[in-house]
Design a protein around this ligand. Structure first.
Ligand code: ADP
Ligand code: MG
Length: 680
């Protein structure tokens, strides 16, 4: 993304008469032409007058019509930022917030981070001068902690409202509330063509402004029989399109980073084998953790004669618009969080996407011309196996984080909070119970001092608690590192297909006794000792970008330690204090060895150590896991060995010593005794 153009000014046409234009000016001018060609442009004045007339407005428009990039600029041009007031625009996804802000900065010819900026967790790219702020919905939610009436904002746009993320849903309730006593605040709820009546209804019948989209017909093709391996089916379909179909780029929807990388590798490999027999195929991935310079590539125009294929998560469903897509390949799956409120277990599962999602995906093929969508499932499955629409996240996730935040905002009565769709009662109760067990709430459900400190950290309550507990165990240095490393999402170790053996050996070299958290700590410490070297990462099959991000996260967390009065001290010699601190945060996630697998202590669910874990072959009796992922079975990812006695020390109100009796430890001495007898 070019941010070299730093001159200021938003007046589109002022230099049109100039005889020779600099390249930058030309670029800017063509960008202004693109702006004027967007469907929303024809409605600029109508939209602005509707905003002027109504405090709350719902805006509906086809993906790509210009809602996200244009509306904030229109508001800016109309003077909504006078007196330094901010125009905020939320996005459910980090990538979208960053990429859209970069695009708008480019359109305005300003440097990203000046007038236009973005704010996502652990990364603030704004300054004093920022008046147009793109941010994740979670970040705006946290701003309520420091500015409960959002006084510095003149307009708040809740974008991608149809995504119905947990944070967006909570924002709905909070913003509806503050709008009552801030009549000067404008609230815009922007959404793809889905659900807008419901938004209108929730916001006391706010009017809906519809931007008619341009949409070309899309032919939809189904498979005759279900696909056994949808990844392989994607690869084959892309190549078939490439060889048989007329020009036009391809968009493939997969569920996550790993799948996307595999798909891209397979495509590249097969193209290499076909060599000059086929035209050039540019294969570009896009997913949340992809570094931003790589993200920007998906937007660059395809060279003549070549074809671009973008392999994306459902971020490309509505959040990002890629021009030039004519073909969409939709395997019909997405990765979804699901939550069992009885057991408190949260897992990420690959599930069939909803019909609404499938239709959005298909729509991406018809933006610039008539297109085709290849669904890698049967028409029958579309009708009978897919849900009509995606269940809002609030109904399938752990609410600990949000409950803690609402409590910190002084909202005590959560049962009567103005939810658009209320969470299940048991989920709410469980969140309260968990926060009580963590010590964040007292028995009356009121925030404790510990809870207040926990809420200061922009991480989940368990992680917060772990960090705060490190104070007592005098190992906050190490625990901060672990927290940061856990936050970068399993992308530390690099394992290229052609060097798997080397990569696995390199990984083995980092193994230390005690478990994965300590391995992560070891990686970070060695990297630090190398002077944060890129070369070191390369030699050790460590992803430099992930490490750099971990370092950023760590710095940010360390910066917050002052505020929550935790002294940063180190316990380099002994891992017990570190493991105790982890236990203090994650005692809910305890499992016990049982017949070759594990069982969770409270609910007797069968779970397994992840094959990537350093403890995969060791099978310690007691484990704490960081998270569960369900693939072929329920796997614990990032595990650490603990002593069950610690559970009584860190969570005496949650565990009874009877529950922790070690059945196998009773048997063990007997066996050993017998062995001794035999020997003797
Ligand atoms: P909406 O929010 O209505 O889906 P956007 O405002 O995101 O639409 O996009 C409008 C248009 O702006 C897109 O069709 C595309 O042409 C252009 N655009 C948006 N983001 C980028 C980007 N990062 N790079 C290049 N063009 C972009
Ligand atoms: Mg948008």
């Amino acid at each position: 993304v070019s941010t070299a153009i730093t001159m200021k000014g938003t007046q589109a046409d002022k230099d049109q008469e100039e005889p020779s234009l600099s390249q930058a000016e030309q670029k800017k001018q063509s960008m202004q032409e693109v702006r004027r060609s967007l469907p929303i442009f024809a409605y600029r004045e109508d939209l602005l007058s509707a905003i002027q007339q109504h405090q709350i407005l719902v805006i509906e428009g086809e993906t790509g019509s210009g809602k996200t990039t244009q509306i904030p600029q229109y508001l800016l041009e109309t003077g909504y930022s006078e007196g330094g007031m901010k125009i905020g625009c939320t996005q459910p996804r980090r990538v979208a917030a960053m990429s859209v802000a970069a695009r708008v900065a480019q359109e305005m010819g300003v440097k990203l981070g000046n007038e236009v900026g973005y704010s996502i967790r652990f990364e603030d790219c704004t300054s004093e001068r920022t008046v147009l702020k793109y941010m994740t919905d979670g970040m705006l939610l946290r701003e309520f902690l420091t500015e409960p009436d959002l006084a510095s904002y003149s307009v708040v746009i809740i974008d991608e409202a149809h995504e119905r993320t947990l944070h967006t849903d909570i924002l709905f309730g909070l913003i509806k509330d503050i709008a009552r006593f801030r009549p000067d605040l404008k609230v815009l709820v922007a959404s793809a063509t889905l659900d807008t009546e419901r938004f209108s209804c929730f916001f006391d019948d706010a009017p809906v402004f519809r931007i008619p989209g341009r949409r070309f017909p899309v032919d939809i093709f189904y498979t005759k029989a279900p696909e056994a391996d949808y990844l392989e089916a994607c690869v084959v379909s892309v190549l078939q399109i490439h060889v048989t179909q007329s020009p036009g780029d391809v968009l493939v929807f997969l569920t996550g980073q790993e799948e996307i990388e595999t798909c891209c590798e397979l495509l590249q490999e097969r193209c290499r084998r076909l060599g000059s027999k086929i035209a050039e195929l540019l294969v570009l991935p896009i997913y949340a953790n992809l570094p931003s310079d790589m993200q920007a590539k998906i937007f660059s125009p395809t060279p003549p004669g070549a074809r671009k294929v973008v392999v994306a998560t459902n971020i490309a469903e509505t959040s990002l618009t890629i021009d030039g897509i004519i073909y969409v390949i939709d395997p019909g799956f997405c990765k979804q969080k699901s939550y069992n409120a009885r057991t408190g277990m949260e897992s990420l599962i690959v599930t069939p996407c909803s019909r609404a999602s499938a239709n959005q995906r298909a729509g991406r093929a018809g933006r610039v011309a008539a297109g085709k969508c290849f669904r890698l499932y049967t028409a029958w499955a579309f009708k009978h196996e897919m849900e009509e629409s995606t269940v809002p996240e609030i109904q399938r996730t752990n609410l600990g984080n949000v409950v803690l935040l609402l409590k910190s905002l002084g909202i005590n009565d959560l049962i009567h909070f103005d939810f658009m769709d209320p969470p299940p009662h048991e989920t709410l109760v469980l969140a309260l119970e968990q926060l009580y067990a963590l010590g964040a709430l007292n028995h009356l459900g009121e925030l404790t001092k510990l809870g207040r400190r926990m809420a200061e950290l922009p991480v989940d309550p368990m992680l917060s608690k772990m960090i705060l507990a490190s104070e007592q165990y005098k190992c906050s240095e190490e625990v901060l590192t672990i927290a940061a490393m856990l936050s970068v999402n399993n992308s530390i170790f690099y394992r290229p297909k052609d060097k798997m053996v080397h990569a696995d050996n390199a990984r083995m070299n980092f193994v230390v006794p005690g478990g994965d958290h300590l391995v992560l700590l070891n990686v970070y410490t060695q990297w630090m000792e190398s002077g944060f070297s890129t070369q070191w990462c390369y030699e050790n099959f460590i992803q430099f970008r992930s490490m750099r991000r971990a370092r950023d996260v760590r710095e940010q967390l360390e910066g917050l330690m002052d505020r929550i009065e935790v002294e940063v001290v180190s316990s380099p010699e002994d891992s017990v204090p570190i493991r105790k601190a982890v236990t203090a945060g994650y005692f809910y996630h305890t499992s016990r060895l049982s017949k070759g697998g594990y069982k969770t202590v409270k609910h007797q669910q069968t779970v397994y150590t992840h094959p990537n874990s350093s403890l995969f072959e060791e099978l310690p009796r007691w484990l704490i896991y960081h998270e569960l992922v369900f693939t072929t079975k329920e796997f614990m990812r990032q595990v650490i060995e603990i002593d069950s006695a610690w559970l009584l020390e860190v969570a005496p109100h949650y565990y009874k010593s009877k529950e922790l009796e070690d059945s196998s430890s009773k048997k063990m001495p007997r066996k050993q005794g017998k062995a001794k007898e035999e020997l003797g």
